[in-house]
Design a protein around this ligand. Sequence first.
Ligand code: ADP
Ligand code: MG
Length: 567
Amino acid sequence: MGAAYSSCSTHSLTFSSQTLFSFPTITTKTSSKSNLESKFNTCLYPTNKISNTHLAKPIKTMAQTSFPCSGLAVKCGKVEEVETQEEGCVRKPPPMFDYHGIDLDLIQEMVYDSLVWSSLHGLVVGDKSAQRSGKVPGVGLVHAPFALLPVPFPESHWTQACELAPIFSELVDRVSLDGKFLQDSLSRTKKADSFTSRLLDIHSKTLEINKKEEIRLGLHRSDYMLDEQTKLLLQIELNTISSSFPGLSCLVNELQRSLLTQHGEDLGLDPKRIPSNSAVSHFVEAFAKAWNEYNNPRAVVMFVVQAEERNMYDQHWLSAVLNERHNIKTIRKTLAEIDAEGELLPDGTLLVGGKAIAVVYFRAGYTPNDYPSELEWRARLLMEQSSAIKCPSISYHLAGTKKIQQELAKPNVLERFLDNKEDIAKLRECFAGLWSLDDSDIVEKAIEKPELFVMKPQREGGGNNIYGVDVRETLQRLQKEGTDGNAAYILMQRIFPTVLPTFLMRDGICHKDHAISELGIYGAYLRNKDKVIMNDQCGFLMRTKTSSSDEGGVAAGFAVLDSIYLT
Ligand code: ADP
Ligand code: MG
């Protein structure tokens, strides 16, 4: 099926944009306390609470634009339609999920309402085109990219994914305690990849001084795709650092539920089939509980951030709710600032700008770009040496690398870390084919049929993987070079999810396209010595991308935020 799918030629028809109605630049007001509370205590922020006087609809003269080539016009302020999948390649979904068959007037109404909703509820990111949008909150906001309607997803696979979350969190914790396993498994990668090498150096230092993390906090996200042919839910990767979108995924979930509450009857869809998303509440609860365990009432939670962050509102949702519900303060610092302002007291307390840090939450530090100089590495080491609770610790970070994912998939490795046989079987069931490049048979197969594989370096954040003919070329180049270079990569079976019709919203423009989706399940884990304080599945993120796109990052611009409709 994989080969058949990828043999479908894709084409792109871009219709020239025609502006019938210009949506104004989006600006949001800071939500009041009660707004925040209601947002995350109840599933749905009732749209009808917003004064109607603010919601002047576009004049209903958005006359239907028709595109003779396809008859697939989407009316919106700006109209742009991209069709990247030939009709013949897509299996027709059940009528209610055949979203492209929905009446265009209705789509247009939903498009407009969804843009208003996003603006009023903080489903926003910094706008690329506004210079200060990644630095100054409130400047240059645009709605986050999202899908208009939820992706149908089988309830059984949803339940399966949710059940896996606490098992993966437990696994990460166990693996993190085995310093030798981490160092040995990554020893060849260390030679080929300087970033992994620096992380391992920090890890070695903690081993040398026998540093023990008694309080351990993990906020992970395990990502899956549902393979169409085998109907297997297969793991893409496990993120143990900077798992993004807990904030905005909750909002997309509410947005889509709100649209279905208004239009569900016309669409034949029931809003109750969208499961609620508790990511913000759970993340905040995890921070608060960790902060309590740290037990210093004056200490704060520190978000380690990039100097420019257009996804800052996703993070601000966490700090705002943490402050509101628990009166716990957050500070935001870059690695360079931590280097300049940080100090370690003799008892291990980390002070930054004079404030004691209870929890260090990394939303930076996962990519070499975050370490442009030695300053940043010094800051990372300083935090690691402190008694602050690191989310993640260097061991948790390493346990989430792609190389460790591949090692854990080898026979009998899970058994080293977990006792419960059922848990082990559940994890194994979701492992896709994963190989090291030492496996010459697999390398030969991948050279022969590169479209069935993905080649992955030890990187996070999207845009780094190698697909298609590039897999063949890279493997052949590495073979010729015959050095340690191949230890920088792993090979993975390519997963082919069902292609479905969708409407993708980006920059106020609705794109009608065919897309595939990736489900991420968040897991929160908190432990103090022998006591597991929290180990829960805690919300989810659906990301949808056009089926012609290989990569899947929302922030990197490849995908949109989405939610699910249980079938
Ligand atoms: P990153 O750490 O950069 O997020 P991922 O392993 O998640 O790396 O890969 C990035 C994206 O590439 C995924 O979100 C997914 O869309 C796509 N991808 C990764 N692995 C596979 C695979 N085995 N089959 C199909 N697509 C994949
Ligand atoms: Mg990923």
